[in-house]
Design a protein around this ligand. Structure first.
Ligand SMILES: *[C@@H]1O[C@H](CO)[C@@H](O)[C@H](O)[C@H]1NC(C)=O
Ligand SMILES: *[C@@H]1O[C@H](CO)[C@@H](O)[C@H](O)[C@H]1NC(C)=O
Ligand SMILES: *[C@@H]1O[C@H](CO)[C@@H](O)[C@H](O)[C@H]1NC(C)=O
Ligand SMILES: *[C@@H]1O[C@H](CO)[C@@H](O)[C@H](O)[C@H]1NC(C)=O
Ligand SMILES: *[C@@H]1O[C@H](CO)[C@@H](O)[C@H](O)[C@H]1NC(C)=O
Ligand SMILES: *[C@@H]1O[C@H](CO)[C@@H](O)[C@H](O)[C@H]1NC(C)=O
Ligand SMILES: *[C@@H]1O[C@H](CO)[C@@H](O)[C@H](O)[C@H]1NC(C)=O
Ligand SMILES: *[C@@H]1O[C@H](CO)[C@@H](O)[C@H](O)[C@H]1NC(C)=O
Ligand SMILES: *[C@@H]1O[C@H](CO)[C@@H](O)[C@H](O)[C@H]1NC(C)=O
Ligand SMILES: *[C@@H]1O[C@H](CO)[C@@H](O)[C@H](O)[C@H]1NC(C)=O
Ligand SMILES: *[C@@H]1O[C@H](CO)[C@@H](O)[C@H](O)[C@H]1NC(C)=O
Ligand SMILES: CC(=O)N[C@H]1CO[C@H](CO)[C@@H](O)[C@@H]1O
Length: 602
């Protein structure tokens, strides 16, 4: 090639590419609308069969404006960035609206959707398809990865054809209460499936559920909560190939009341993978016997819920070695043994991991041990057991503890010093045998919202010093401590506004507690049998506009009753009070008319 030829050739290339460039911009402008006409029509047909009360699909339209024609820009629609085919359809009702009872779409799912053969992602959750079956045709979306249809009022048989969508990674059909499946063979074909949630659908006839799950080699999360799963006989336990099934991380089989084989199931899933399981929830099954060894090698387990079953015996010693365990719930079982020994079993690497421990509603007995080792504990629950003796000083040095529930035990001695638990929000010590005077350290718990210490044997005085910094207190229960005197300075202005105040059978009187005057958010007051022998203050009628329950019986209150129904109870005499409003002023010396009460329940 000569130089001239060369230059000419280069010019030619330049020119062509310029021409090409300009023609491509014209082409682009002419068809700036990316969405294909057929897909747009299909979507409009789909919209036609929906009721869209909230205008969620208002951007979907036929009008000539470009935005309305460009379905790739419609709300809830995405197109592929090269092929421009619709790949995503996301029309879920946002959870905040759903919780407020708003359901944005109702109606029927049109078969016109079939036109959208490139769909990879469908989310129609939290809408109302009024009991229609999940459409069979969904199975022909051969590129679908993500099918999200929870809480959408589907019912009937879950189409087995869904098992044909070999690309599916996420399948979520939970909370479609009327849906069922007679077996789960179809699930076992979903080789790419990573996430399966069929919670609250009915699987009582799907006896092969465990066989089906064992074939899912990519599965990471299984949620079959409240699905009426049947027990698996040990002889029909499927084999697990541990080398291929190493991905399962979350297993939620809670609230299946017919699952009772503690030994069988854990043995099976411990082969699934001891290293990947992080969460196991078996709450509300009927597992019997002792807690099995199956959890022993689960080094990644962070969350184990074995609550509300029929487990017996203790918490095995190997739990102390569970170096990732943060959450342990074994409440509502028949566990027994000494609390001291149980906590000793829980010693080891778990000490500094555990955040949540619920041992409530069991038969655990004996003295309360030193809990300070569990330095990151945020919730400790031991309600309804038989722990006894007193809690010694220094046993509750738990700086992050927010919930301490020791109610309904037999713990004695003084209320422990709580100055080392400054984060406490909920403190439940009711129904024990705590005695002596309350420590003023309670008054430093500035995060405290709920304080229950009713039904104990407290004595001495409770004054404003005990409530000094309790600015967040909402619920106070001191009732049935008949030797406890509650006496605050008449000019005291509490830092809190209570909703719920229970002081029955404490010593409040003889004067009417004037600090009550400041409590305008009360819904529940019980000051019965508190030795008040005083005239009803005139302000009493108007103090609490939201009041639902007032019990001031068994005192010696006298004087004229203010018009409580019109002010306190916030009801006019002509309209009946809402159910549940209770006013009990019996056994007092009140005089005057109670005509205004004639519509209230006594
Ligand atoms: C193409 O569209 C762009 C931007 O919308 C515009 O700037 C340009 O002039 C258009 N070109 C032609 C050839 O219409
Ligand atoms: C849905 O289908 C039912 C039965 O075919 C029909 O009665 C109903 O009107 C349809 N709803 C809408 C919104 O098209
Ligand atoms: C198109 O999508 C692919 C995959 O989603 C992405 O990697 C790529 O950056 C996108 N291209 C453009 C031009 O947006
Ligand atoms: C579903 O897959 C089965 C085999 O796995 C095949 O026989 C059947 O034709 C498929 N159905 C559809 C509708 O594609
Ligand atoms: C668990 O794995 C072991 C060894 O890998 C194997 O012998 C056993 O049969 C497996 N158990 C189950 C229930 O799959
Ligand atoms: C387990 O899976 C591996 C890898 O796929 C395979 O090589 C091995 O033969 C399988 N073992 C059994 C018992 O199926
Ligand atoms: C589980 O329940 C079934 C039926 O309710 C019963 O036959 C079986 O003995 C129970 N198994 C165990 C281990 O309790
Ligand atoms: C402590 O661990 C042993 C061995 O695992 C067990 O037998 C015993 O029941 C456990 N004790 C308590 C009180 O949990
Ligand atoms: C806890 O782990 C240690 C170290 O691996 C081991 O020596 C000990 O036997 C384990 N204890 C229990 C109860 O499993
Ligand atoms: C506390 O309970 C244990 C049984 O768990 C018992 O041995 C002990 O005597 C009880 N202590 C008191 C003071 O009642
Ligand atoms: C309680 O345990 C903590 C942490 O193990 C320890 O520092 C403290 O001395 C113990 N307190 C008592 C009174 O034994
Ligand atoms: C003292 C006490 O209340 N013990 C209770 C411990 O929990 C079991 C089971 O919930 C109850 O039966 C006990 O009464």
């Amino acid at each position: 090639m000569s130089i001239e030829e060369n230059i000419f050739f280069k010019l030619l290339i330049l020119l062509t590419s310029l021409l090409l460039a300009s023609s491509s911009t014209t082409a682009e402008n002419a068809s700036r609308i990316r969405c294909s006409e057929r897909e747009r029509r299909a979507l409009l047909k789909f919209k036609e069969e929906l009721v869209d009360e909230y205008g969620r699909l208002s951007s979907w339209g036929e009008e000539e404006e470009e935005d309305k024609l460009e379905c790739c820009k419609w709300r809830g629609v995405h197109c592929h960035n090269r092929t421009n085919r619709v790949t995503l359809l996301d029309l879920h009702t946002p959870s905040k609206e759903f919780q407020n009872g708003i359901i944005t779409l109702r109606g029927n799912i049109s078969t016109s959707l079939l036109e959208l053969q490139h769909l990879q992602y469908i989310d129609l959750s939290s809408n109302d398809f009024h009991g229609a079956p999940i459409p069979n045709f969904i199975s022909s979306f051969s590129k679908l990865r993500h099918l999200n249809l929870p809480s959408s009022s589907f019912s009937g048989m879950i189409p087995r054809l869904l098992g044909n969508i070999s690309t599916l990674r996420v399948l979520d059909l939970k909370y479609n209460f009327g849906c069922y499946s007679k077996n789960l063979d179809w699930v076992s074909h979903l080789h790419s499936l990573e996430y399966l949630d069929l919670s609250f659908t009915l699987l009582s006839n799907a006896n092969n559920w465990l066989q089906a799950l064992s074939k899912l080699t990519s599965i990471k999360e299984v949620h079959l909560r409240n699905s009426d799963l049947r027990d698996i006989h040990p002889s029909s336990l499927p084999l697990i190939n541990a080398s291929t099934s190493s991905s399962l991380s979350i297993l939620d089989l809670s609230l299946n009341r017919y699952l009772n084989s503690t030994l069988t199931l854990p043995k099976w899933f411990s082969n699934f993978s001891s290293s990947s399981l992080t969460l196991i929830n078996f709450k509300g099954n009927s597992m019997t016997g002792t807690i099995p060894d199956a959890y022993e090698n689960m080094i990644s387990l962070t969350h184990l819920d074995l609550g509300s079953a029929e487990l017996e015996g203790g918490v095995p010693k190997y739990f102390g070695n569970m170096s990732s365990l943060r959450y342990l719930d074994v409440s509502k079982n028949k566990l027994s043994g000494e609390l001291f020994e149980l906590m000793l079993n829980l010693s080891g690497p778990v000490d500094r991991k555990l955040r949540y421990l619920d041992l409530g509603n069991n038969c655990i007995s004996g003295r309360f041990p030193n809990m300070s080792r569990f330095s990151f504990l945020t919730e400790l629950k031991l309600r309804k057991n038989q722990s006894n003796e007193s809690i010694q000083k220094g046993y509750l040095q738990l700086p992050y503890l927010a919930v301490l529930d020791l109610s309904s035990n037999r713990i004695e001695g003084p209320v422990p010093d709580l100055s080392s638990t400054p984060s406490l929000k909920h403190l439940m010590l009711n129904k024990n045998m705590f005695n002596g005077a309350l420590t003023e350290s309670i008054g430093c718990l500035s995060n405290l919202e709920v304080f229950w210490i009713g039904s104990n044997l407290l004595e001495g005085m409770m004054t404003e010093a005990h409530m000094l910094n309790l600015s967040r207190l909402r619920v106070l229960d001191l009732s049935f401590n008949s030797l406890l005197t509650v006496k605050c300075n008449s000019r005291w202005y509490p830092p809190f506004q209570l909703n719920d105040m229970r002081l029955a059978h404490c010593k409040l009187g003889p004067n009417f507690p004037t600090w009550l005057k400041t409590q305008n958010e009360l819904v529940y007051i019980d000051i019965s049998d508190t030795g008040i022998s005083d005239v009803i203050p005139s302000w009493f009628g108007g103090v609490a506009p939201r009041l639902q329950y007032l019990n001031a019986s068994n005192n010696e209150i006298y004087g004229f009753l203010p018009n409580i129904s019109a002010s306190t109870f916030n009801v006019s005499v002509s309209s009946p009070p809402s159910s549940g409003m209770i006013l009990d002023l019996s056994r007092n010396k009140i005089s005057g008319s109670i005509n205004f009460l004639c519509h209230s329940k006594e």
